[in-house]
Design a protein around this ligand. Sequence first.
Ligand code: SIN
Length: 500
Amino acid sequence: MTTAALFDVLVIGSGAAGLATALAAAPRRVAVLTPGPVPALDGASRWAQGGIAAALAADDSPQLHAEDTLAAGAGLSDPEAVARLTAAAPELIAWLQTLGARFDRAGVALTLGREAAHRRARIVHAQGDATGAEVMRALSVAAATRSHLTLVTRRSAYALARDDGGRVVGVWAQGPDGSELWRARAVVLASGGYAGLYRYTTNPSGSDGSGIALALAAGAMLADLEFVQFHPTALAPRDGAHGQLPLLTEALRGAGAVLLDARGKRFMPVLHADAELAPRDVVARAVWREAHRGGAWLDARAAVGAGFPQRFPTVFAACMARGLDPRMQAIPVVPAAHYCMGGVRIDGAGATSLPGLYAVGEAARSGVHGANRLASNSLLEGLAHGRALGAALASQSLPGPGAALPASRFWHPLSAALRARLGDLLWRDAAVQRSGDGLVRAEAVLTQLAAETPAASSGHDVLALTAAMLAAMRARHRSIGAHFRVDAMVVPERSRAAIC
Ligand code: SIN
């Protein structure tokens, strides 16, 4: 075991939330640990096609944006957290531009797109459908030039280091030469969510909940784990494939693309007044049902047609790589696990229930998203909260360095075979729709997987997080937002807040 230098702030994860935190924490000495060989490529941020929601239009306001966010959250969001976030959004866009982010424009003005459940056009994009990649490019370039910030690659955090008073004083990570202790006065989890555990997901494999799992193992409070958002339109996999699927951005439906069933008929207009732009959970369930009946297709021929390569270059490239030309044919789609509303519970200052530990982005449960996240609020949340947390850590006094007790766990990730079995069980029993019986069945399989995994290991901690997810899904008997129980009454929209 080696011990690295002491930093003021240690950030676990180099996605949008992590880099925003690290940049804003100057002049504190900050280290950012990331598992892969290239910073900023590990997390889900760079895959985000849809953009960043911000009330910038003359007919819009942070208040309207907040109302849409609260409606999507189905009454379970924290209104104060939502108001703070939507108020911060316009200035966040300006900050990203000062860092060099290039967003799409019509003349001098930013182009504002519309996505499901937004009552105004307020989505800022880059290169049509490559917003995450552009934001990560700008943040990475900035991070590489800041002398307060050290980017450390090939480091997988597997346990929180704590002192004898229970304070988090660093992180244990697996590096190229074995186990290392990274010490810090403040530790920030920016490690992303757990949607990548599902058999079909829009997330990279690194979105495996491992950061949340190490917080759980140390006793941090988690919340809202049952709320996993499924994107309605991922490119349908080839037979037998699993893991990350290319996303067909919701902006396509915003541009007029329609969903078709196996007979070539639209199925959304009879299900919801907003048809293809109904709330994401409603569309995801409809696509799930059609996918099980014979298939579902996204047809952008009339709405986008020949302009596809220019307007949606990322989606176009993904479809063409599969031999599908979206200018000429409808594209087969399935829902896929996309975003986790739940995570490590934080307060308005980003602090978790463990002293010394903070969380931002998808690893955190801030209360903004409630039972369902509004489209394009996730990059916004990660960036705005990261920036605010970094600035707070820069200005407040940090405690002295604590002495770390020995690690209570060891590095032993889930094998590929075990991970595939986990993905299958989640997909079958804990995905777009759930039932009490299915969740009990999933728990039994999970117990078997846990028996095949060494106790007190990082892989075991991910299974413990999965067990907490299943328990949360089982405990919530009624359907609300992204949590849909086929064995429960559907709660009418207006009474949702009263029930939970
Ligand atoms: C999309 O482009 O459809 C995804 C946007 C989001 O999840 O916020």
